[in-house]
Design a protein around this ligand. Structure first.
Ligand code: PFF
Length: 456
C-alpha cells in the first residue's frame, strides 16, 4: 500500500506555474522525433495512412500512458525508481523505474549525436554552405561529416554541454525558464517555414500525401512504427513524465496537462510535416528518403528555394532548440535518479551523467564511421540504441506503467489523483472512461503490437 505523500523534503525543486509545466512537457515531447523522425517515417510508410494510425495510437495508448505516468509522479513526488517504491513499498515494481532510467541513457546517447549534427548544420546554414550544393555534393557533405571521427564528436560534446548547462541550473531556473522562452519561438519558426513551403509552386501533392491516405503501403510494421513513434514523440515509457510530474503542484489538473501536451506535440508534428512534405514534392524529390531526409534532402531543397538560405538558418535553429528542450528532459530523469538514489548534489550528478553519456554517445557517433562494422543483433550501436529504446524499452515501460496504475494502484487512486480528491468535480463517466483506457485499451494496444512483432 501507499505511504503518505505530504511530508516531502522542502528543498525538492518544483515547477513555478502550470504554464511552466506545460511548456516543459511540450518541450520534451516536441523534438527530433517531430522534425527528424516523424517526416521520414511518414515518407516511408505511405503518408496519411500512417498519420491516421499514429493519431489512433496517441489517443488509445499515448494519452492513458501519459496520464498513468502523471499519476505516479505527482502522487509520489519522487524520481523514477523511488516513485514506485513510495507507492508500492516492498514490491518489485521499482524495476519499471530502473528500466526508464536505462531507456533514457540509451536515448540521450544517440539523441545527443543527432543534436550535434543539428548544431553543425546550423553552423553550415549560417555560412550559407548549402548554396553551392547540388544533390550529390550535399550527400557527400553529410556522409563525409557523419562518418568522420572528430567533428561529430566535437558537435556531440557541444550539444551535451549545452544540455547539461541548462539542467545544472535546476527545474525552475533552468528547465522551466529555457522552455518558456524557446517553445513559442520554436512554434513560430516552424509555422513560418510551413507557410513558405505550402506557398511554393507544385506543393499541392505534398499536402495530398500528408492528408489523403494510401492504405496499400500499410503492413504490420507500419503499426509498430506508428506506436513506437507515438511513444517516442510523447516521451512515454521512459519515466520522463513521472519525473516531471513529480515537480508538479497538487492543485494542477493533470488530465488537462496531459491532453494539452499530447495535442501540442501532435499539432507540431503535423506543422512540421507541412513544412517539409510540400517542399519535398514541389522539388520533385521522393518522400521516402529515410533518416537522411533532414540532413540531405532539405539542404538540397533550401539551396534551390527563393530565400532558402535564410529558411535553412531558421530550420536548423528550430531543430537545435527542439532537440535541446527534449534532451534536458531526458537528462533530468537520469540526474534526478542519481540525486535521490545516491544522495548526490545536482552539480555532481550532472557531471557524472555527462561523462557516461559522452562515452556512449561517442560510440554511437563512431558507429557511423570507423565502428560501422561492429554489429549487435545485426545493427550498429547507433541503430541498436534507437531500436532498443523506441521499439522495445519505451513500449515495455508504457505497458508496466498502465498495469501498475490501473491494477496495482487501482480505481480509487486514479479517480483521486485525476480529480484532485474531488475538487475538480469531473463527471463520473469521464473518470470511468479514463480508467478503462488505462486498464484495458492501452495494455491491449501494446500487447497486440508485441504479439505481431514476435510473429513477424
Ligand atoms: N519526445 C522527444 C522527441 O520527439 O524528440 C524524444 C524524447 C524525449 C524521448 C524525452 C524520451 C524522453 F524521455
Amino acid at each position: 500500500m501507499e505511504k503518505a505523500n505530504n511530508s516531502k523534503p522542502s528543498k525538492r525543486d518544483s515547477f513555478g506555474s502550470s504554464f511552466g509545466v506545460l511548456v516543459a512537457l511540450a518541450g520534451s515531447a516536441v523534438g527530433l522525433g517531430n522534425l527528424w523522425r516523424f517526416p521520414y517515417l511518414v515518407g516511408q510508410n505511405g503518408g496519411a495512412a500512417f498519420i491516421l494510425i499514429y493519431l489512433g495510437f496517441v489517443i488509445l495508448a499515448g494519452l492513458p500512458v501519459m496520464l498513468a505516468e502523471f499519476i505516479i509522479g505527482r502522487r509520489s513526488q519522487a524520481s523514477a525508481r523511488k516513485a514506485f517504491l513510495t507507492l508500492a513499498p516492498g514490491s518489485r515494481w521499482d524495476i519499471t523505474g530502473v528500466l526508464g532510467v536505462i531507456c533514457c541513457i540509451l536515448i540521450l546517447s544517440f539523441y545527443s549525436v543527432v543534436g550535434g549534427w543539428g548544431t553543425e548544420y546550423l553552423y553550415k546554414a549560417v555560412c550559407f554552405d548549402f548554396n553551392t550544393g547540388n544533390d550529390q555534393a550535399l550527400k557527400t557533405m553529410f556522409s563525409n561529416f557523419s562518418t568522420s571521427v572528430w567533428r561529430p564528436l566535437i558537435c556531440h560534446s557541444i550539444f551535451l554541454a549545452l544540455t547539461a548547462g541548462i539542467v545544472i541550473a535546476g527545474v525552475q531556473n533552468g528547465i522551466e525558464k529555457f522552455s518558456k522562452v524557446m517553445m513559442p519561438v520554436l512554434f513560430l519558426i516552424v509555422i513560418g517555414i510551413a507557410v513558405r513551403s505550402m506557398t511554393l509552386k507544385g506543393s499541392g501533392p505534398g499536402l495530398d500525401y500528408l492528408f489523403k491516405p494510401d492504405w496499400s503501403k500499410v503492413t504490420s510494421q507500419t503499426f509498430l512504427a506508428a506506436l513506437g513513434q507515438a511513444f517516442f514523440s510523447l516521451s512515454l515509457g521512459s519515466c520522463m513524465v513521472v519525473t516531471y510530474a513529480s515537480y508538479v503542484k497538487k492543485d494542477a489538473n493533470i488530465l488537462s496537462l496531459s491532453a494539452q501536451t499530447a495535442a501540442a506535440d501532435t499539432v507540431f508534428a503535423l506543422i512540421a510535416g507541412c513544412a517539409i512534405m510540400p517542399a519535398v514534392f514541389a522539388f520533385g524529390i521522393s518522400p521516402g528518403e529515410g533518416p537522411d531526409l533532414v540532413f540531405i534532402t532539405l539542404p538540397h531543397i533550401f539551396s534551390q528555394m527563393p530565400m532558402g538560405g535564410i529558411i535553412a538558418i531558421f530550420f536548423f535553429l528550430a531543430l537545435l532548440l527542439a532537440a535541446l528542450t527534449s534532451a534536458i528532459s531526458i537528462l533530468e530523469v537520469i540526474v534526478a535518479f542519481c540525486i535521490e538514489e545516491f544522495k548526490m548534489k545536482r552539480g555532481v550528478a550532472v557531471a557524472l551523467v555527462f561523462i557516461l553519456i559522452w562515452i556512449l554517445g561517442a560510440l554511437c557517433s563512431l558507429s557511423m564511421g570507423p565502428l560501422d562494422s561492429f554489429k549487435i543483433l545485426g545493427r550498429n550501436i547507433f541503430d541498436l540504441f534507437d531500436f532498443l529504446s523506441a521499439n522495445f524499452l519505451m513500449l515495455i515501460g508504457g505497458l508496466l506503467v498502465v498495469i501498475f496504475v490501473g491494477w496495482k494502484l487501482g480505481r480509487k487512486v486514479v479517480f483521486d489523483e485525476v480529480n484532485n480528491g474531488g475538487s475538480l468535480k469531473m463527471a463520473p463517466w469521464l473518470l470511468k472512461t479514463l480508467l478503462f483506457l488505462i486498464r484495458f485499451a492501452a495494455p491491449a494496444a501494446l500487447l497486440a503490437i508485441a504479439f505481431f512483432q514476435i510473429h513477424e
